[in-house]
Design a binder for this molecule. Sequence first.
Ligand code: SF4
Length: 439
Amino acid sequence: MRKVAFYTLGCKLNFSETSTIGRQFLEKGYQKVEFSETPDIYIINTCSVTDNADKKCQKIVREAKKISPNSYVAIIGCYAQLKPKEISELEGVDAVLGAAEKFRLLDLLDGFVKEDTPKVLATEIKETKEFVSGYSMNDRTRTFLKVQDGCNYKCSFCTIPLARGKSRSASIANVIENAKEVAAQDTKEVVLTGVNIGDFGIVDGRRQERLIDLLKELDNVEGIERFRISSIEPNLLDEEIIAFCSTSNKFVPHFHIPLQSGSDKMLELMRRRYRTDLYKSRITDIKSQMPDACIGVDVIIGFPGETEEDFLDTYNFLNELDVAYLHVFTYSERPNTDAVHMDGIVPKQERAKRSKMLRILSDKKKRAFYESQLGTTRTVLFEHDIEEGNMFGFTENYVRVEAKYDPALVNELKTVELTSINDQCIVEIREPKVIYEKH
Ligand code: SF4
């Protein structure tokens, strides 16, 4: 039996796709092993958003070859779509597959026989129209269920549309079928995954369905206790979706909403499809209907043209906003984007300073949110990992909690009381065994 190992860089979507490809290998009789278990084949799923994607890819290939010198190495994913030739020139690479080809890897690289020159199979992204559904399984406590791919927006800093192509989705029927499969495997929590989930519903190049209808259908899938919408553009997170989540038993009160900048001037330069007033109204709407909702925000600092004043606009906007944490991204130049040609480059040192300020703000916001939750009773889904005899999990509203390790709690939902916050900003709870409630 030939052994295959996978390595995934980047986002939840990449994880769900690696997992889907992994199942294809299992169906064909391959054995899935860890990276260090001398596999015959390595599949490395890359990301174009990662800084130094080329160096990271090279490093992983080098490690793979050290562990298993005669292994066959195939590179897939966003970076493979963007720079196929460059990657094929990295030492040790046997094949590079683009966005359209990665799901047909077993057919296209039949037998994984090494050749004198690496195979490069990457069609133009414009021609990639097919949607391939999938989900991650057995890799984590939560399952990432892919519902959408690609993006029709043209944010000036983003290479994702070039790496993943046009917006396209699964049909609602197909997502439900996958959700039922996932439920049958004792998965408690499902995270809906895509590039631009709010744009769900384009099938065969035509808008045919709506995200709200998908959410309503998913709400009825038996066996799954929680659904999270991983990240959604503020202009697409409309009142109907917010109102639905506020009454749903399964869609949790946790939203991740990219802001990118708190300055309208910067939002225009970034070619985002909303302005700060809309963003603010979404937050107000969510908090008025779900006061305990956890809201996370993506923000980019150091975008070309961002003056000290523009940055302070962002800082002050976020400071006043009722949100729980920030994901801070430092702008870095990407070839083939419009932003790379823009004036007003922000010096690297300044970018680092702004990033640090927002990270400190994020820590403060997270602590304040956690403090607001102390004394409340929540449900925690416990995960596998153990650290110094402790295990961890998240509440429905995304508070990270810690408890003494108990194998019986892994992948279980338990009702607990949030009692205090430790030095690592993790919430401590009342002994779960004492307040055990079977679901
Ligand atoms: S919405 Fe903008 S940032 Fe997000 S994937 Fe599309 S182009 Fe990129």
